[in-house]
Design a binder for this molecule. Sequence first.
Ligand code: 5GP
Ligand code: ZN
Length: 143
Amino acid sequence: MTTTIHVDENCLFCKIVKGTIPSFKIYEDEHTFVFLDINPIADGHMLVIPKYHGETLGDLPDDVLSKLLPVAKKVALATGVPQYNIVQNNGKLAFQHVFHVHFHVVPKPNEKEGLIIGEQNWPQKPLDKDALAATAERIRNKL
Ligand code: 5GP
Ligand code: ZN
């Protein structure tokens, strides 16, 4: 297990973990911290973060990353809302605003609250098998 805790003194979420910035804490263990999002898109919108500071997913060691999803599952089930989304943004273009990895757990109690995905923000392309084959080949070759 990665025991060295990486902290960035200037990072908002590192300060929340430390307690120097207050939050509505939901859960904490050795590696993970969960708190309410300050501007929720649904009641119970939470952020699940590693105590280890990494800006995006690729900056986290696998053993740190592997602790996060079981916690996201646990707190998602605790909301009592059976339908929900888990969202994780990486990079400015991809709508990340706070550069400490976080998984949004967003309850979906009804059509109006929570995550809304329409054709405009999920711009699907028509099926193109040649393009898919080339993409699959390109990514497999980088693994
Ligand atoms: P992102 O856009 O980076 O995926 O998500 C960042 C989230 O952090 C946003 O949903 C935003 O509301 C939340 N957030 C930003 N600042 C604070 C804060 O000081 N406290 C809490 N609890 N949430 C914050
Ligand atoms: Zn941080």
